[in-house]
Design a protein around this ligand. Sequence first.
Ligand code: SF4
Length: 154
Amino acid sequence: MANMQPNKTPMPEQDPKVRARNFGEVALGYTEEMARSEAARCLNCKNRPCVAGCPVNVHIPEFIAKVAEGDFAAAYEIIAETNSLPAVCGRVCPQESQCESKCVRGIKGEPVAIGRLERFVADWHMANGGVKTLTPPQNGHKVAVIGAGPAGLT
Ligand code: SF4
Protein backbone atom coordinates (compact mmCIF):
# COMPACT_ATOMS: atom_id res chain seq x y z
CA MET A 1 0.00 0.00 0.00
CA ALA A 2 1.29 3.46 -0.90
CA ASN A 3 2.67 5.63 1.85
CA MET A 4 0.66 8.87 1.49
CA GLN A 5 2.76 10.89 3.94
CA PRO A 6 3.14 14.34 2.30
CA ASN A 7 6.74 14.79 3.43
CA LYS A 8 9.91 12.91 2.65
CA THR A 9 11.20 10.49 5.23
CA PRO A 10 13.75 12.64 7.11
CA MET A 11 17.43 11.90 6.59
CA PRO A 12 19.28 11.13 9.85
CA GLU A 13 22.11 13.58 10.47
CA GLN A 14 25.03 13.90 12.85
CA ASP A 15 24.34 16.04 15.87
CA PRO A 16 25.83 19.53 15.25
CA LYS A 17 27.97 19.31 18.38
CA VAL A 18 29.41 16.01 17.17
CA ARG A 19 29.87 16.94 13.52
CA ALA A 20 31.70 20.12 14.48
CA ARG A 21 34.51 17.84 15.69
CA ASN A 22 34.90 15.44 12.79
CA PHE A 23 35.14 15.33 9.00
CA GLY A 24 32.49 12.64 8.54
CA GLU A 25 29.41 13.12 6.39
CA VAL A 26 26.67 15.17 8.02
CA ALA A 27 23.91 13.12 6.37
CA LEU A 28 24.03 9.54 7.62
CA GLY A 29 21.82 7.82 5.06
CA TYR A 30 18.59 5.87 5.37
CA THR A 31 18.21 2.62 7.24
CA GLU A 32 16.55 -0.25 5.35
CA GLU A 33 13.25 0.50 7.09
CA MET A 34 13.42 4.19 6.22
CA ALA A 35 14.27 3.41 2.59
CA ARG A 36 11.37 0.99 2.24
CA SER A 37 8.98 3.46 3.83
CA GLU A 38 10.12 6.28 1.55
CA ALA A 39 9.98 4.00 -1.51
CA ALA A 40 6.36 3.25 -0.65
CA ARG A 41 5.58 6.94 -1.35
CA CYS A 42 6.23 6.35 -5.07
CA LEU A 43 3.04 5.92 -7.11
CA ASN A 44 4.82 4.04 -9.92
CA CYS A 45 3.42 6.52 -12.44
CA LYS A 46 2.82 5.06 -15.88
CA ASN A 47 4.18 8.11 -17.74
CA ARG A 48 7.29 8.26 -15.48
CA PRO A 49 7.79 12.06 -15.40
CA CYS A 50 10.69 11.71 -12.98
CA VAL A 51 12.73 9.79 -15.57
CA ALA A 52 12.39 12.69 -18.02
CA GLY A 53 14.10 14.88 -15.41
CA CYS A 54 17.09 12.57 -15.04
CA PRO A 55 20.04 13.36 -17.34
CA VAL A 56 21.05 9.68 -17.46
CA ASN A 57 17.51 8.25 -17.60
CA VAL A 58 17.74 6.13 -14.48
CA HIS A 59 14.74 3.76 -14.42
CA ILE A 60 13.44 5.50 -11.31
CA PRO A 61 10.02 3.94 -10.60
CA GLU A 62 11.40 0.48 -11.35
CA PHE A 63 14.33 0.75 -8.93
CA ILE A 64 12.14 2.36 -6.28
CA ALA A 65 9.63 -0.50 -6.58
CA LYS A 66 12.43 -2.94 -5.80
CA VAL A 67 13.45 -0.87 -2.77
CA ALA A 68 9.85 -0.98 -1.54
CA GLU A 69 9.93 -4.78 -1.88
CA GLY A 70 13.19 -4.94 0.05
CA ASP A 71 15.05 -6.35 -2.97
CA PHE A 72 17.97 -3.92 -2.80
CA ALA A 73 20.24 -6.02 -5.03
CA ALA A 74 17.68 -5.86 -7.84
CA ALA A 75 17.30 -2.12 -7.27
CA TYR A 76 21.06 -1.70 -7.74
CA GLU A 77 21.05 -3.72 -10.94
CA ILE A 78 18.33 -1.47 -12.38
CA ILE A 79 20.22 1.72 -11.48
CA ALA A 80 23.49 0.31 -12.82
CA GLU A 81 21.93 -0.17 -16.27
CA THR A 82 22.22 3.57 -16.86
CA ASN A 83 24.33 5.03 -14.04
CA SER A 84 27.80 3.89 -13.00
CA LEU A 85 28.12 6.31 -10.09
CA PRO A 86 24.91 6.15 -8.05
CA ALA A 87 26.66 6.76 -4.71
CA VAL A 88 27.99 10.05 -6.09
CA CYS A 89 24.81 11.04 -7.90
CA GLY A 90 22.68 10.17 -4.88
CA ARG A 91 24.73 12.68 -2.91
CA VAL A 92 25.60 15.55 -5.24
CA CYS A 93 23.06 15.60 -8.11
CA PRO A 94 20.70 18.61 -7.86
CA GLN A 95 17.66 16.31 -7.62
CA GLU A 96 15.47 19.23 -6.58
CA SER A 97 15.83 20.71 -10.07
CA GLN A 98 16.00 17.39 -11.95
CA CYS A 99 14.12 14.16 -11.22
CA GLU A 100 12.44 15.31 -8.02
CA SER A 101 11.20 18.53 -9.65
CA LYS A 102 9.07 16.37 -11.98
CA CYS A 103 7.72 13.99 -9.31
CA VAL A 104 3.91 14.07 -9.07
CA ARG A 105 4.11 13.64 -5.29
CA GLY A 106 5.62 17.13 -5.26
CA ILE A 107 2.33 18.69 -6.39
CA LYS A 108 0.63 18.37 -3.00
CA GLY A 109 3.63 17.76 -0.78
CA GLU A 110 7.28 16.90 -1.06
CA PRO A 111 8.48 14.75 -3.96
CA VAL A 112 9.71 11.22 -3.42
CA ALA A 113 13.29 11.40 -2.07
CA ILE A 114 14.74 9.85 -5.23
CA GLY A 115 18.29 10.99 -4.50
CA ARG A 116 18.27 9.63 -0.97
CA LEU A 117 16.97 6.30 -2.25
CA GLU A 118 19.64 6.15 -4.94
CA ARG A 119 22.30 6.86 -2.33
CA PHE A 120 20.84 4.17 -0.06
CA VAL A 121 20.89 1.55 -2.81
CA ALA A 122 24.49 2.37 -3.79
CA ASP A 123 25.67 2.28 -0.17
CA TRP A 124 23.78 -0.97 0.46
CA HIS A 125 25.44 -2.51 -2.59
CA MET A 126 28.92 -1.48 -1.44
CA ALA A 127 28.26 -2.82 2.06
CA ASN A 128 26.81 -6.11 0.85
CA GLY A 129 28.07 -6.98 -2.61
CA GLY A 130 31.04 -4.87 -3.49
CA VAL A 131 31.59 -2.89 -6.63
CA LYS A 132 31.17 -4.82 -9.84
CA THR A 133 33.53 -3.52 -12.51
CA LEU A 134 32.36 -4.14 -16.05
CA THR A 135 35.18 -4.49 -18.56
CA PRO A 136 33.94 -4.22 -22.13
CA PRO A 137 35.83 -6.10 -24.85
CA GLN A 138 38.70 -4.18 -26.52
CA ASN A 139 37.69 -2.47 -29.77
CA GLY A 140 41.12 -1.25 -30.87
CA HIS A 141 40.37 2.45 -30.29
CA LYS A 142 42.21 4.69 -27.82
CA VAL A 143 40.75 7.76 -26.12
CA ALA A 144 42.01 10.50 -23.83
CA VAL A 145 39.94 11.36 -20.77
CA ILE A 146 40.15 15.00 -19.68
CA GLY A 147 39.03 15.75 -16.13
CA ALA A 148 38.28 13.50 -13.18
CA GLY A 149 34.66 14.39 -12.48
CA PRO A 150 31.79 11.92 -12.77
CA ALA A 151 31.81 12.03 -16.59
CA GLY A 152 35.54 11.33 -16.82
CA LEU A 153 35.45 8.64 -14.16
CA THR A 154 32.58 6.90 -15.93
S1 SF4 B 1 7.00 10.85 -10.58
FE1 SF4 B 1 7.39 10.41 -8.37
S2 SF4 B 1 5.66 9.13 -7.77
FE2 SF4 B 1 5.74 9.06 -10.03
S3 SF4 B 1 7.03 7.28 -10.56
FE3 SF4 B 1 8.40 9.05 -10.43
S4 SF4 B 1 9.19 9.04 -8.29
FE4 SF4 B 1 7.37 7.72 -8.34
